[in-house]
Design a protein around this ligand. Structure first.
Ligand code: FAD
Ligand code: MLT
Ligand code: ZN
Length: 433
């Protein structure tokens, strides 16, 4: 049985067979066999996905890349890393860090998620505001195409950004092919990172933080994260981790980087003084060293884990207009507050990416239906989208029509049919065929 470390029983399914190949050739042989015998396969990386994309729905075979974890080459001149798809993100971060480089992605699941899973979900993460989408840094992929198990190698020694269709496989959530190797351009590491946490009283203060942080930091911004008091309280009550600030309705965390710590701190203090000129005194905490930086991040990075201990979690990762960032959280509290335990909002403010999380003592299908109806209506009325960075997976496949036109969906189905005519590669996920 495959257990999901991060999710709840909704996605905890059975498989009779879990395969862990070590080479591309083994993956190709497996796919040839499965194609011939009409056997459905679910590609699985670190299994940290939050939309049920990497687990079987019925009895599909799990093809795990966890033993495909070789680093093949790193070129310190170009910054290009070539590795197998099963390498754990944190291991890659540490490896290229030794050469003064950094991976153009970071996220809380870094210690378990794999680079193949990151590419397959086109994951966002806390540094999206700095680097933009991961797909921008992918200079090549090697995939096993399902239809005949053919290996399609699109990794070239001299990467040519737009000369092939590798981008099609990035963000495809394992529905078109299995990624076996990747080539990624890493970025040079800055020497110092510093952060400020600010206590905010209103939505308006939160959006002002974003504007001032952007204006002062420009391209030296590396994260602009927010969380509300319910998210902070659950981390305290379930994990005993205290927020460094006294209770506030909202908290913002701004991180900057440069080669000079004093410069970072000057900039962060300048943001604070701009805000205090507008709103009067604000409570804040600035990191003066690496330990304090980790402390400031700690509450934010433990929200997911704390919520899991609060009952069944209904997770929604959505795109919303920044001006209305927390509005939907208030709507949910008003509509379903009495049927749930915790309703909280947190996420990547600069990207308009809200994580709306609701918990109840146990899974309640009626409550889920109610939440989805309120959510979809709100998104249509306010111009948002059902998905932001986690993907569609199984969880959101039935909600796709709310955010995509029927023409787009038809095109996605025809691409799927082209690569996977028997619909045996991660069926029931993303597009309903
Ligand atoms: P899995 O969960 O194993 O799979 C995810 C999807 O990719 C599935 O559809 C699977 O079939 C497919 N897949 C995996 N490997 C391959 C492959 N080699 N070839 C083809 N398809 C494949 N996500 C974000 O975007 N931003 C965040 O900030 C973020 N933070 C997180 C924090 C925590 C604490 C947790 C638990 C999760 C977080 N996530 C975040 C979600 C998750 O970590 C990402 O989606 C991650 O990219 C998934 O990687 P994985 O290796 O675990 O993939
Ligand atoms: C995060 O930003 O912490 C993640 O996307 C995880 C989550 O949404 O739970
Ligand atoms: Zn996130």
């Amino acid at each position: 049985m495959i257990y999901l470390p991060f999710l709840n029983y909704l996605y905890r399914n059975f498989t009779h067979i879990a395969l862990r190949p070590t080479t591309t050739q083994m993956v190709a042989a497996i796919m040839k066999h499965c194609y011939k015998r009409n056997l459905a396969v679910v590609p699985q990386g670190g299994n940290t996905g939050l939309v049920g994309g990497g687990t079987p729905v019925f009895d599909e075979i799990v093809l795990s890349t966890s033993l495909m974890d070789d680093i093949i080459n790193f070129d310190p001149q170009s910054g290009i890393l070539i590795c197998q798809a099963g390498c754990i993100l944190k291991n890659l971060q540490d490896y290229v860090g030794n050469y003064g480089f950094t991976m153009p992605i970071d996220l809380g699941a870094r210690g378990s998620c794999q680079i193949g899973g990151n590419l397959s979900t086109n994951a966002g993460g806390i540094h999206f505001v700095r680097y933009g989408p991961l797909r921008r840094y992918v200079t090549g992929v090697e995939v096993v195409v399902l239809s005949n198990g053919v290996v399609l190698d699109m990794i070239t020694p001299q990467p040519m950004q737009d000369s092939d269709f590798k981008q099609l496989f990035i963000g495809a959530e394992g529905t078109l092919a299995i990624l076996t190797k990747v080539a990624i351009k890493c970025v040079e590491t800055a020497k110092c990172y510093s952060a400020i946490m600010l206590g905010c009283k209103t939505h308006h203060q939160v959006t002002s933080v974003l504007m001032d942080a952007r204006n002062v930091l420009g391209h030296t911004v590396s994260a602009i994260e927010v969380m509300d008091s319910a998210a902070v309280s659950v981390v305290d009550s379930k994990l005993g981790l205290k927020c460094p600030l006294s209770p506030h309705p909202f908290y913002a965390l701004i991180e900057t980087f440069s080669n000079d710590e004093d410069q970072n701190i000057d900039k962060l203090s300048h943001i604070l003084s701009l805000l205090e000129n507008k709103f009067g005194s604000m409570e804040s905490a600035v990191s003066l060293n690496q330990t304090q930086l980790s402390q400031l991040w700690s509450v934010r990075e433990h929200i997911t884990e704390a919520l899991k201990r609060d009952g069944h979690v209904y997770k929604f990762d959505i795109s919303v207009p920044i001006a209305k960032y927390f509005d939907l959280v208030d709507v949910m509290r008003h509509e379903i507050g009495s049927y749930s335990s915790t309703i909280c909002g947190f996420g990547h403010l600069a990207d308009g990416n809200l994580h709306l999380n609701i918990t109840s003592k146990q899974y309640d299908k009626l409550l889920l239906n109610r939440i989805e109806t309120i959510l979809c209506d709100w998104l249509v009325q306010n111009g948002g989208s059902i998905s932001a960075e986690h993907g569609i997976g199984f969880h959101k496949a039935h909600l796709m029509h709310g955010s995509k036109s029927s023409n787009s969906l038809a095109m996605m189905r025809s691409i799927k049919a082209h690569f996977d005519p028997k619909n045996i590669l991660n069926p029931y996920k993303v597009v309903q065929v």
